[in-house]
Design a protein around this ligand. Structure first.
Ligand code: ZN
Length: 61
């Protein structure tokens, strides 16, 4: 159990399917964080929906 540890997530653009920033969030408040987030994509040059994908710390990309 990784209590109190941060969970890392990658946000993938639904437009160009490119992964964007990796963010850390507290798993405890996981449910408060939506699985989709509207963020500005430099590739699409507009706001697009980004889907969250949980990732492990330090796993490249
Ligand atoms: Zn995009």
């Amino acid at each position: 159990m990784a209590r109190g540890k941060s969970q890392f997530a990658t946000w993938r653009c639904s437009g160009c399917n490119k992964p964007h920033g990796v963010t850390a969030y507290n798993k405890k408040s996981n449910e408060k964080i939506t699985k989709e987030l509207s963020m500005f994509c430099n590739q699409c040059r507009k706001h697009t929906d980004h889907k969250r994908k949980d990732t492990k710390k330090g796993s490249g990309n």
